[in-house]
Each structure stands twice: as C-alpha cells, then as structure tokens.
Design a protein around this ligand. Sequence first.
Ligand SMILES: Nc1ncnc2c1ncn2[C@@H]1O[C@H](COP(=O)(O)OP(=O)(O)OP(=O)(O)O)[C@@H](O)[C@H]1O
Length: 431
Amino acid sequence: MPDSTMPGSGLGASPIVDVRDLSVHFGLRGGTLARLFGRDAGVVKAVDGVNLALAPGEVVGLVGESGSGKSTLGRSLLGLAPATEGSIKFRGQDLASLSRRSLRDMRRHIQMVFQDPSAALNPAMTIEEAVGDALRVHGMRSAAERRVKVIDALERVGLSPVELFLEKYPRDLSGGQKQRVVIARAIITGPSVLVADEPISMLDMSVRAKILQLMLDLKKDLGLTYVYITHDLASAKYFCDRIAIMYLGRIVEIGPTEEIFANPRHPYTKALLRAIPDPDPGRQLPRDLPRGEVPDAAQPPLGCSFHPRCSEATDICGWESRDLRTIVEAHWTRRSPEEYEAERSLVGDLDHLERPEKSATLGKEGAESARAFLDRVRSEAPDDPMWRGVDMIEDEGSGVRVRFHEGVDPALRRSGGVEVACVLYPEESEA
Ligand SMILES: Nc1ncnc2c1ncn2[C@@H]1O[C@H](COP(=O)(O)OP(=O)(O)OP(=O)(O)O)[C@@H](O)[C@H]1O
C-alpha cells in the first residue's frame, strides 16, 4: 500500500485522523424496480478502499461530482456510516473499538457542519437552546454554565451583540446567520476536527466568502483541522491545503492544492478544473464536465471507473461490453428512424451488453453485416477512445465477437508532488 495520501501534508508522526483501506458499502434491497430491470440486489461501494491521513491543523478538501462518496467518507469519520472494511483512527484510537457511549463522547471532538442550515436547526428551539443543546447532550446540566459557553460561541462566529440572537428562532435569521449558528453549535463542544459538508453551497453568493473566512479564523483561533466537502473546486482552492479528488468511492488524485491546480494529472481532475466557471466572460474555455454521466455505483465500470468518460483513455483502461453499447446507441441517436430500424434488425437488441464482460457479441444476420455495421459506427466516431480498447473482432455464430484488451484498475501512486490513480502515470522509482 502506498504511504497513502500524505504528499504535501507536512504530516509528522501522528495524524489526528488516520483512515486506512476504508470501504463503506450499502446493501441494495431487491425491490420491485430492481426486479423489473432484471437487476440483482447488489451493493453500492460508496467508499471503496480509501486511505487518508489528516495532519493536525490542515484543511483537506474532498472534491467530486454527486455520488462520488464524499459525504459518506465525511460521515464515516464521525462513526455515522460504519466501515465495511478498514479502519478509522482518531488520535490513534480505532472508532470500531469504541462502545456506543464512547463513540458519543468522541463526537465532541469531531463535529459536522451540514449543507442546509435550515434543516440542521430545530425550528422550535431558540438559538440559545440550539447551540447549548450539544452541551446538554454531553452532560452539562447547569443552564447558567451553558449560557456562558453559548455566548462565547456566538461571539466567536460573529453573531453579536449576542443578546439580540439568544431568544431568536431560526426563522428570524438569514441563511448566513443560520450557518453561523450551526458553526457555533459545532465548536461549542471544543472539537479538534470539523467535517464541513458543502457548508456554503446553499448560501447567497454574497455571504459565501465570509463564512469560509470565518471558518479559517476559527481554525486559527481554536487549532481546528478541517475536512471540507464540496463539488466546487474554486472554493476548495481558496480554502484547502490539500485536495483529494474523488470518483465513484475512490480517491483518484490527492496532493497540495497549489500542485493540483498548477499541474493536474488525472484526466478527471483536469476535466473538473476545466469546468470551473471563468469570471472573465470574454474567455471562451470549455466548461463541460466530462462526457456522459457518473455511472451507477452499484455496477461500476471495469478497470478504471472513469474510463468511459475519459478522453485520454488508452487500450488498457478496462473497456467492456457496456462501452460498446454506449457507442452504438450514440450512433443510433444520429440515424433516421428508417436507418435505425434497418440496423437494429441487423444487430438485434443490445440488452445482453449490459452485463459487464471483457468481450461482446453483436449481430444476427451474419459476420459480414455485423462488421459492416461496426465500420459505420467507427467511421462516424473514429477518435472515440473505445476503439483503442478493441483487441480483435472475430466471427462468431450469427455475428461477431468484439474482444477488448485486458484492463487495469490503477491504484494510487506517487507522481511528482501528488498521488494519482491512472495508467498514464506509472509508479515512480524510489531513487
Ligand atoms: N444510506 C445509503 N444507502 C444506500 N446508498 C447510499 C446511502 N448513502 C449513500 N449512498 C450511495 O453511495 C454513493 C455515494 O454517496 P455520497 O452521498 O457519499 O456521495 P457524494 O459525493 O457526497 O454526493 P452528493 O454530493 O450528491 O452528496 C451514491 O451512489 C449514493 O447513492
């Protein structure tokens, strides 16, 4: 295992949080829909073999599109999403070894700030009650003692004069003020780690930078360590010391923020960077996220999970039957209804390609017509990286069998100042 995810962290001997080979899987119930689509009840590998060590005082960003596993990883640090495999240690202590009660005590030290402050606050509680509640849960009985701490926390998050806020309800506050209350509630137990899950994404543009600045000030004053979860690389650039790019449950690139921005390696990182809106409207840069959608996490692609969307994919990235289906279906969207019907009768339906296989059969009117069909598909999209993955096309039965090159599922490995999981970056020698 690489000495994971440390580059640029300045990590000394003891990380404050140490995640090792962590997987968090969710079982899918085989409901009516799953049966209708012929799907087995499987598992979603929301987090799949992640290593992440946090140095005290650093800010690590978890960045990726929806469904990449950021929130599940963040929640697992608080014991809210139990590990299927691997371990999470807080100051050397394995969360899995803690009793329920000790886990609750431990949550004083690792707190979470959520995306939607309105949903995070109980509308029936005053601000004083909401912020002080965490102390009550952790055994502080005296209301007077709690009040002193609440006042201090509200002052720290900039809600002053405090007297104006204590008796108010969440509905009386703006979005930014509510998020300050949520942050006050998170810091009141004296935590050392805050997991902030999209803490600014639901706020007005005008207050976003202020909330991030507040969090940076609190980090300095209180010696906090942050995990910052976001799909927004621009805010991560401003806020984070290190960035981990996640895709389908894995970290595909991690390193110091500066290095990730100056010299992105993984094609997914490059695509995310290209998608950052440019403040200069005169500059015409491509803004699209990678082609296609994030695949179903319950049936991830073979090889590198990103390969179906990757413009730089090579022959060994894990091409398979579903990729052939995608390219054929894209071809059919460009045909007239008559052409589509004619081709469809040549190759039959494609449902059998939905099962991930390293080879795929196609055609029902003979090998010659199947090859001619594939030639037409190819001539329309000759640069599609999938063709690099085709090893050979053999005659078989009433059509052909397309065989793909053996694929590789790349592990994270060191490349310059970062770690990256991509076959384009082979292992560096230790020299
Ligand atoms: N409790 C659960 N039961 C089943 N599947 C889950 C559960 N929680 C998350 N998942 C699945 O795990 C995968 C990762 O989800 P997660 O919310 O961690 O991703 P994310 O990157 O935080 O996405 P978002 O930005 O949309 O919150 C998704 O496919 C999601 O559907």
